[in-house]
Design a protein around this ligand. Structure first.
Ligand SMILES: Cc1ncc(COP(=O)(O)O)c(C=O)c1O
Length: 412
């Protein structure tokens, strides 16, 4: 594991962290994948500073005009008739809880379906509906009643030992089976990440989301896209739902919405689903003005003409360079990603997941190359993630990949 101490770094500049002695580290993963605009984007810094000076917090009764501006901006980009929103959360975990509450209240149904390897947050509830059971082991209340988990569309390691394009989408068939034989028969929603981020940068195959939408319609299930990682430009689109044509009923957002790391979350939905009362879901800091201002100014930057096209272009450059590393090193089983959201599947000589090597790469990148990377499944997975801020330059992309190249050479 990386041995970062809390006070080691003093400043952030662009995509760099600078320590006490002035040594610079290149952040290849934008903090916790949340610094969509890097450490100190001038527009967001200016707007947040101004807001702190004026007014940091009011009761959410009074913040509505500020919140409405952000929601109006978000729904401009939202697919599938999403035209309303709720901004009373500060984290992705409770935003997801909010979305499932909406689905349960609207449908009057109970069950929540999610994917193996999914990560929807760290509260007991969010851990419960996530698909990494090992993280629930010591916490009995995280066994969420009515929560069902189904195999992920992980084509590189297909759980059915099948392969595209002739697999018949057995992973979708498996959801039908769960509904038929394992659910209570009263299903409120299915929650998915467009790209399973924490699970290993897993991108479902073409056609998956269309089949999933059909299944949701057949069973009157609300489809929730957890875009906490993929939202706000990460894939080169404001929402990955647009890229993959997902057609969700609800989208949850956090992380990148705060631009420079200011915590903020949002839930956007079709207005028929705008059913919650304030007393049913609201947190003290949920729509505090620092967060809302960070979201507003971040959206201003991301929606500047040409910004998302640049992300797409830089994503292609990063993808090509990582593809070259994939060809060069046998320890990379697959380099997969889209936009600025990439992962390297690290394997041993038999092609099995090599968690130890993935962690060694991350450690060496930090100690030898001053490059910050992160691993999948909280360090228990074998995927090394590369996700710089959307403001990364082409030169910095080349530097990240050069450093990674040196590390892979040394790790063997
Ligand atoms: C896809 C996804 N959803 C939800 C969350 C939880 O967000 P937060 O840590 O803000 O509660 C995360 C955090 O890593 C995430 O990656």
């Amino acid at each position: 594991m990386q041995t970062l101490t809390k006070d080691r770094f003093r400043y952030g500049k662009g995509i760099r962290l600078i320590d006490d002695s002035g040594v610079e580290y290149l952040d290849g993963v934008s903090g916790t994948f949340n610094l969509s605009l890097g450490y100190n984007h001038p527009h967001v810094v200016e707007k947040v500073q101004e807001q702190v000076g004026n007014l940091s917090h009011m009761s959410s009764t009074f913040t509505e005009p500020y919140v409405d501006e952000v929601l109006a901006h978000l729904v401009e980009y939202a697919p599938n008739g999403i035209d309303a929103g709720w901004m009373r959360d500060i984290t992705g975990s409770t935003a997801n809880e909010c979305a499932t509450k909406i689905a349960q209240k609207y449908t009057g149904a109970n069950d929540i379906i999610s994917l193996f390897l999914s990560h929807h947050g760290q509260t007991q509830f969010a851990t419960g509906i996530s698909g990494n059971a090992f993280r629930r082991r010591k916490f009995p209340n995280s066994a969420v009643p009515n929560s069902l988990h189904v195999p992920a569309p992980y084509c590189y390691r297909c759980p059915f030992n099948s392969s595209q394009p002739n697999c018949g989408f057995q992973c979708i068939e498996a959801i039908s089976d769960q509904i038929e034989y394992a659910s209570s028969g009263s299903i409120a929603c299915m929650i998915i990440e467009p790209i399973l981020g924490n699970g290993g940068n897993i991108i479902p195959p073409e056609g998956y989301f269309q089949r999933l939408r059909k299944l949701c319609d057949e069973h009157n299930m609300i489809l929730i896209a957890d875009e906490v990682q993929t939202g706000i430009g990460r894939t080169g689109y404001m929402f990955a739902s647009e890229l993959f044509d997902i057609k969700p009923d609800i989208i949850t957002l956090a992380k990148g919405l705060g631009g420079i790391g200011v915590p903020v979350a949002a839930v956007i939905m079709q207005s028929r689903l705008d059913v919650l009362e304030k007393h049913e879901h609201s947190f003290t800091s949920g729509s505090n003005l620092i967060s809302v201002t960070a979201a507003k100014s971040t959206l201003e930057v991301v929606s500047e003409p040409g910004f998302l096209d640049e992300v797409k272009l830089k994503g292609e450059i990063l993808g090509d360079l990582l593809g070259e590393l994939d060809m060069k090193y046998a320890s990379i089983g697959e380099a997969r990603g889209v936009g600025l959201m990439w992962g390297l599947e690290i394997v041993d000589q038999d092609g099995a997941p090599d968690v130890a090597k993935a962690n060694a790469i991350i450690e060496r990148a930090f100690s030898d190359q001053h490059l910050i990377l992160r691993g999948s499944r909280y360090g228990f997975g074998n995927v090394v993630k590369v996700r710089p801020s959307l403001t990364v330059t082409e030169d910095e992309i080349a530097q990240i990949v050069d450093k990674l190249d040196a590390v892979l050479k040394s790790v063997g």
